[in-house]
Design a protein around this ligand. Structure first.
Ligand code: MG
Length: 428
């Protein structure tokens, strides 16, 4: 991402919107201010207004768009390493741009047909701190049954501006690590995975905390750890589904790669689950379509539609604390049985990967699945297992993800599918 490209995206966004106000924010990356300034110049050159939120989390920006603007641009590379950066665009309703809208922006950039405002039509920049408003919306909807001792790891991203303060106002005893804003991410990498959360887990153990919370680089995600390590992501999602359905009737949305624990949990509450494509935009669209009460991906990107259609890390963290405050977290976790998961990748030619996945949809019929779906790649379901075959978006590989109740049977099933795929890829 270069400042030139950031300015062109700003010009294209202003041209696309024709009029109105565009909210802009950035995470803590060293290139953030540079790119934000360029992007804002681009927007202003088209005659659109700018609402500058400054450094903030992605869900803070999305909420500010919904409350005060007509579109938004967030400068972030999310969970990616510190040298990366990018721009994610937001609609008036607080949902990320759809693929068709992104394509339209790309088309304007390619053709360079930008609107240019006359000197007397150029607008000023309005500045606003939107974090307090975001905090209040979380505090209005969440309360804890008992105060908890919590360690919060903000990755040195913009979560440091909000999550520790939300938890303090929820009545928790808060200890923070990596809460200083720093674009070098000196404490840990921005991806909240087991390897990067060692310090958090150690701190939770050392001070006897009830819970540890970690965010990614822009805090649209939150994951939880306890003294035993990172809580399996499928279990976290199942706990959230159980929490929501215990308090409210309604539908749940999740992605094709999530565990069958989600259906099992929803079934206990006689609730339906809608499976959608991987990615928060598909989850948000699914929520809008079904009026669902909650939607989540296993990576910790959870959407709480009462507040926003953007995955909200600080709110997710508060929801995890709320459910943990309703009893004994260890007992709750012990009640959820997880199933073995198998993951494999198969190399193939870039140009063939989509065709191979489609072909596998036909070939899988030999294994007599109970159900198959083409929502995102091919997903086949048997009584006690499922397999997802997807072409990677960025590499010349095909990924197999599978879950089953019996480890041996699952290994056999994945072995058969891997052979079928290798044969198909070899023939290309
Ligand atoms: Mg993110």
């Amino acid at each position: 991402m270069t400042p030139e490209l950031a300015m062109e995206i700003g010009k294209a966004l202003g041209t696309y919107m024709r009029t109105g106000k565009i909210a802009v924010a950035r995470d803590t990356r060293t290139s953030g201010e540079l790119l934000q300034t360029a992007l804002i110049s681009g927007i202003l050159s088209t005659g659109a207004k700018v609402l500058d939120i400054g450094c903030a989390t992605t869900p803070t920006l999305a909420l500010a768009v919904r409350n005060h603007a007509d579109a938004g641009a967030m400068i972030t590379a999310s969970h990616n390493p510190s040298e990366y950066n990018g721009v994610k665009l937001w609609q008036k309703n607080g949902m990320a741009f759809l693929q068709s809208q992104e394509k339209e922006i790309e088309r304007i950039v390619e053709k360079k047909r930008y609107k240019r405002a006359a000197w007397d039509q150029i607008q000023r920049i309005e500045r606003k701190d939107a974090t307090r408003e975001h905090m209040d919306s979380i505090l209005e909807s969440i309360s804890l049954k008992k105060p908890l001792k919590v360690v919060i790891d903000c990755a040195s991203g913009p979560a440091g501006l909000i999550t520790p303060y939300v938890f303090r106002e929820l009545g928790c005893k808060v200890t923070t690590i990596n809460s200083q804003l720093d674009g070098f991410f000196p404490g840990r990498k921005p991806e909240p995975n087991q390897e990067n959360l060692k310090d958090l887990i150690e701190t939770v153990k050392a001070i006897g905390a009830d819970l540890g919370i970690a965010h990614d680089g822009d805090a649209d995600r939150a994951v939880a750890v306890d003294k035993n390590g990172m809580i399996p992501l499928d279990k976290q999602l199942a706990l959230a589904v159980d929490y929501y359905l215990s308090h409210q009737k309604g539908e749940i949305v999740t992605t094709v790669d999530a565990s069958m624990l989600i259906e099992e949990t929803a079934k206990k509450h006689h609730a339906k689950v809608l499976r959608v494509k991987v990615g928060d935009v598909a989850v948000a669209e699914g929520i809008e379509r079904t009026n669902a009460i909650f939607g989540g991906e296993p990576c910790g990107a959870w959407i709480h539609p009462k507040i926003s259609l953007c995955p909200d890390g600080p709110l997710t963290a508060a929801v995890i604390a709320a459910l943990a405050s309703e009893g004994n977290l260890q007992e709750m976790l012990a009640k959820i049985k997880t199933y073995p998961v198998e993951r494999e990748t198969i190399g193939c030619k870039e140009k063939d990967k989509e065709r191979i996945v489609t072909e596998m949809g036909r070939k899988l019929k030999k294994l007599k699945p109970k159900k198959t779906s083409k929502i995102d790649g091919i997903r086949a379901e048997w009584k006690d297992s499922w397999v997802l075959i997807r072409a990677s978006g960025t590499e010349p590989i095909i990924r197999i993800t599978a879950e089953g109740k019996d480890k041996k049977e699952l290994k056999e099933l994945v072995g058969k599918i891997k052979k079928m795929l290798e044969k198909e890829a070899g023939e290309c």
